[in-house]
Write a protein that binds this ligand. Sequence first.
Ligand code: CP3
Length: 322
Amino acid sequence: MRQAGRYLPEYRALRRTAGGFLDFCFNPELAVEATLQPIRRYEFDAAILFSDILVVPHALGQKVWFEEGRGPRLEALADAADLDRLEGEALVEALHPVYTALAVLSGCLPPETALIGFAGAPWTVATYMLEGGSSRDFACAKHWMAERPQDFARLMELLARATFDHLSAQVAAGAEVLQIFDSWAGALSLDDMRRWSLEPLSEIVRRLKAAHPDVPVILFPRAAGEVYRDFARESGADALSLDSSVDLMWAREELQTRVAVQGNLDPQTLIAGGTRLDDEVRRILAALGQGPFIFNLGHGILPETPLENVARLVRIVRDTGG
Ligand code: CP3
């Protein structure tokens, strides 16, 4: 999921030279280096661009910064006037350092290593824009959804367009696969999930397929539960990324018959290591390894993950999965 994160000592060293996290994201030379670090160490099959989902609100004109130990912070949108000030037209221009990094990467990665571009889904990005950062209950975002439905719909539409523009520009720059993270899909009721996660993502996939028919799209509606089935049937995505709670046999029957699946080792199991890790990896491969499958974690790798456990994981997957 997140490869270049803080578990790598070489990442932490690079991070210290970079200044603010957004300066890091917008420095193509450093972003290229951070993308390549895990590939050099472990020879993963795919590299995910070093960037963040919150470069989009920044490019739309919202104030975004990262505080040490507190994660992302934004100047939360307060009303319709704040919405009016967001500037969708200038997005691709504002994000050109990201595309420069992709163009450099597509020239220097080995041909067998896929290059993945990504963006946050409209709902997940909207939660950060409305809450002003991470949230436990999404009270502000849900308040907008219920009490100011027109403003909320306008924000979601703006974000759907921005997401498409950003992903499309990433393909033009060299991304070979696209992944869209809806990390907070599971905070929505089932009806709202269909309306505000599945619907906008399906529309984005439709537009991406029209513009770039050969570029696979992976969706990650985290904690979507039974709605994963609707994603498999209706979204048009090529693959679904599964969080660790998804039952493997259910995924095999209900999802993998229609789309490729990716996942879903619990990042804590990777920290534990040892035979518990081996057993869990083999269990996942036994269930899903016969169909279209990408081995991955069920969510981001944690900073305290021992390096040797990652090496062990790669070895078992390669030995078992062929
Ligand atoms: O790991 C990689 O380099 C891949 C690129 C990547 C990052 N963020 C870099 C990053 C990707 C794919 C993301 C996605 C992302 N960012 C998501 C969706 C996936 C998910 O995890 O659910 C979300 C919700 C964000 C927003 C975000 N960015 C948060 C909540 C945080 C703080 C995390 C924490 O634990 O403090 C970030 C920061 C961030 N993005 C880091 C990295 C490597 C750590 C920043 C640092 O080095 O200080």
